[in-house]
Design a protein around this ligand. Structure first.
Ligand SMILES: CC(C)(COP(=O)(O)OP(=O)(O)OC[C@H]1O[C@@H](n2cnc3c(N)ncnc32)[C@H](O)[C@@H]1OP(=O)(O)O)[C@@H](O)C(=O)NCCC(=O)NCCS
Length: 339
């Protein structure tokens, strides 16, 4: 089907009209991890800001977490899954290589009319996916696009590696993107960046076409997250702060104009470095890394959903999201809140 088959193209502003999240019930504290690896609550909290995280149950997949978040989303918006046109699932931990988690999610929720695909943008996956959804809605091609950011990071973590296993958790967040009636609110702008040269610092070497799974790749733990934490930290501080400042600058804004800044939750010290440069106060910043750790593609929609639930954000508030992750990938997105 060509784009024109969907009808006359327009350039309406895309809006988030509903938001939700789902977190697995199992809570794992730093103290719990002390029993598994040589670490301490003090080390983890001081270096990262994390106190606890959630772990999916055995057999609970990315599409399961995404489906739970989506059911709540549809209920909040008062529509059914059959109303959805497109499903984009941002994840680095799909249920399996194929079919996509978007297809698996589609059948779990019963979204017969929708098509869908997975998007691999690591910790920037949600912002990449939201910007992609905005194109389909803004062009007039689709009216209801579901964007899910979900990861089961525990499926690719080596619980013998204290340098990585303390950093991550599992979770999902979802938003519905629809055309707006006016141009006053909605997604205003985004900046998306990639630099493949950074791939060497954060990656999962096994399981793909480079190192297809064998007994040897498993023995060498190639199916787990490998990270050079110090280098990732350095690039993340600069990347997230730069892309946030660039966004403010090109709209003639300062940090003071933002009601809420939603940074990717990888490390509280990375977040603090970014907000220092923008002269934001912590009261303007969404932080939940202490409770959920780094849920990769899910951190930003979970923060957004919590801010909405607690009425921390209201209609017309200016919100900026920013992320940095494997790839390297990074970006920022500016919107005026609709709900
Ligand atoms: C991972 C990270 C917290 C490590 O913090 P750091 O201050 O750089 O710590 P280092 O890696 O220098 O390690 C310092 C020491 O702590 C030790 N250490 C590492 N993990 C530990 C843990 N969980 N508990 C206790 N000690 C630990 C190291 O072995 C090292 O010991 P050594 O000096 O005897 O060799 C930090 O680098 C980071 O957050 N990086 C970015 C990660 C990230 O955001 N990834 C996702 C991007 S989306």
């Amino acid at each position: 089907m060509s784009v024109l088959d969907f009808g006359v193209l327009s350039t309406r502003r895309a809006k988030i009209t509903a938001v939700s999240h789902y977190l697995p019930e199992r809570r794992v504290t730093n103290k719990d991890l002390e029993k598994i690896v040589d670490t301490s609550d003090e080390w983890i909290f001081e270096r990262t800001g994390i106190r606890e995280r959630r772990f999916a149950e055995k057999g609970q997949t990315t599409s399961d977490l995404g489906a739970a978040a989506t059911r709540l989303l549809l209920e909040r918006r008062g529509i059914t899954a059959a109303d959805l046109d497109l499903i984009i699932v941002a994840t680095v931990t799909p249920d399996m290589f194929f079919p996509s988690s978007a297809c698996l999610l589609q059948t779990k929720i019963g979204a017969q009319k929708a098509w869908g695909f997975d998007l691999s943008g690591a910790c920037s996956g949600f912002i990449y996916a939201l910007a992609t959804a905005a194109q389909f809605v803004g062009s007039g091609v689709h009216k209801k696009v579901l964007v899910v950011g979900a990861d089961v990071m525990t499926s690719i973590i080596d619980f013998q590696d204290r340098a990585t296993c303390v950093l991550f958790g599992d979770g999902a967040g979802a938003v519905l993107v629809e055309p707006g009636e006016d141009d006053e609110r909605g997604i205003i702008d985004f900046i998306l960046r990639s630099d493949g040269a950074g791939g060497q610092f954060l990656y999962m070497p096994g399981g793909g076409s480079l190192n297809p799974p064998t007994a040897e790749t498993v023995k060498k733990k190639m199916h787990y997250v490998h990270q050079d934490g110090k280098n990732v930290f350095k690039f993340a501080v600069r990347g997230m702060a730069d892309v946030s400042q660039e966004m403010l600058g090109r709209h003639g804004l300062t940090g003071k104009d933002l009601k809420l800044y939603i940074p990717h939750q990888a490390n509280l010290r990375i977040i603090r470095a970014a907000i220092d440069r923008m002269e934001l106060s912590e009261s303007q910043v969404a932080i939940n890394i202490d409770r959920y750790a780094n849920t990769t593609a899910a951190t930003i929609p979970i923060c957004l959903s919590e801010a909405h639930e607690s009425k921390r954000i209201a209609r017309n508030d200016l919100i900026m999201m920013a992320s940095f992750g494997a790839g390297f990938t990074w970006g920022s997105l500016l919107l005026r809140w609709e709900i």
